[in-house]
Design a protein around this ligand. Structure first.
Ligand code: HEM
Length: 408
């Protein structure tokens, strides 16, 4: 693979075989400076604008540690570039800098601490048991994504937000439109992308309004009753916060679980190692799955001022994409980075983001969900495996699996 063959902004790059993509990122990491690309070909990107691709682990760590220079305030993705009306639904704290970001994050951060997640463990376990019960009752094959991987994170985040099962499908569909817009299965007609995205946002905002009226002991109530300096959240803040939590807590973990099954199916030696000491090796296995899956391929930052990093001078206003997917395969940090190795000790990986204010709020929860799901699956169905190649999501942003056959 030569530099001229690599265009990260072309969605078809992400459809190339894994080995080719890995080789391409190795070429990018070896360049003396960052490489400039046009904005990824996602329906909501304005044409002709450029961004630098950060692909080295060290650069991503450094950019994450300096949010005063590498700001999220001009959009951590490009969705808001489409127009001011998108801010209504998608202008949440992930697109803000401190201090406002920190004040908003604090409203819900306690619910995501390891202590609170531990208390919640019984519910996660009960949900996982039910999913595997249903799987076994149905028979020796399944679509792993819809019948297993999607169910747990969707149920858990909906429980936390006070969303009843009658809305699960609507939440699932809205998330798919919002995060997977590059895939014709979710947005068939790109000229209608804006309308569909706004529709998905409005649907979720309507849901938060009806939940707020119901009350109850849940995170939606925490958001509606919160106040910052005596002020309640505005409708825009409430709606976009709710959408952020529902969307971020759902598809990402689903993809990690699906990739996990596929990785264990392609690497029977690693499965054997895991089964030898399930409880002891699950924590390492979960980190390794998230590293290689990197369900969120990148997030964006914008330069607040001129700044030199790693020999390159960035200019105020320029955009950079932090390719977590690439940093997680950086050969200067991970030995033999493409190998799935659940006993790996190097790191940390940046699958949940870099060390900074936006590090994934749901990381502890996601780890619990993945751990509990695989513990339940591998205890009861130790030979469950994927069959054939997964049907991958067409996206340059989410490393997703839409369907994958499984057998047990
Ligand atoms: C932020 C990945 C699960 C909620 C992030 C970021 C990444 C990420 C990379 C950093 C964003 C940035 O750098 O700008 C993942 C992955 C997950 C996962 C790979 C599963 C394997 C979850 C879950 C929740 C969640 C279960 C639960 C609600 C959030 C929120 C933020 C975030 C709210 C924004 C934090 C902020 O801006 O302060 N996630 N996430 N995530 N994640 Fe996750």
């Amino acid at each position: 693979v030569s530099l001229a063959d690599i265009d990260l902004s072309d969605i078809s790059f992400w459809e190339r075989p894994m080995a080719e993509r890995e080789a391409a990122f190795a070429v990018l990491r070896a360049q003396p400076g960052p490489v400039l690309f046009t904005e990824p070909e996602i329906p909501f990107a304005p044409p002709g604008t450029g961004y630098y691709a950060l692909v080295r682990h060290a650069d991503i760590i450094e950019a994450s540690r300096h949010p005063d220079v590498f700001s999220s305030g001009r959009g951590a993705t490009s969705i808001q570039d489409l127009g001011p009306e998108f801010g209504e639904y998608f202008g949440s704290m992930i697109n803000m800098d401190d201090p406002r970001h920190a004040r908003l994050r604090r409203i819900v951060s306690r619910a995501f601490t390891p202590k609170m997640i531990k208390q919640f463990e019984v519910d996660v376990e009960a949900a996982a048991v039910r999913i595997v019960d249903e799987l076994i009752a149905k028979g020796p094959g399944c679509d792993f994504v819809t019948e297993v991987a999607a169910k747990l994170p969707l149920k858990i985040i909906c429980d936390m937000m006070g969303i009843g099962p009658e809305h699960y499908q609507a939440v699932f569909d809205a998330t798919s439109v919002i995060l997977s817009g590059g895939d014709p299965e979710f947005i068939a007609d790109v000229s209608r992308a804006a309308e569909l995205l706004l529709g998905a946002g409005q649907g979720l905002q309507d849901l938060v309004v009806s939940l707020a009226a119901e009350g109850g002991d849940n995170l939606t109530t925490a958001l509606t009753s919160a106040n910052i300096d005596g002020e309640k959240l505005t409708m825009q803040e409430l709606g976009s916060f709710f959408i952020l939590l529902v969307v971020a807590g759902n598809e990402t973990t689903r993809n990690a679980i699906s990739h996990g099954l596929h990785l264990f199916s392609e690497n029977p030696g690693q499965r054997a190692l895991l089964l030898e000491d399930l409880d002891g090796r699950l924590p390492g296995a979960v980190e390794e799955v998230v590293r290689l899956a990197s369900p969120v391929a990148w997030m964006r930052r914008s330069l607040t001022r001129d700044h030199e990093m790693n020999g390159h001078r960035y200019r105020e206003g320029e955009k950079v994409l932090l390719y977590y997917w690439a940093a997680n395969r950086d050969e200067s940090v991970f030995t033999d980075p493409h190998r799935f190795d659940i006993r790996r000790t190097e790191g940390p990986h940046v699958g949940f983001g870099g060390p900074g204010p936006h590090f994934c709020l749901g990381a502890h929860l996601a780890r619990r969900e993945i751990t509990v799901m695989f513990r339940e699956l591998f205890t009861r169905l130790p030979d469950i495996r994927s069959v054939g190649e997964p049907d991958r999501l067409r996206s340059s942003f989410i490393n997703g699996i839409k369907r994958v056959r499984c057998t047990f």
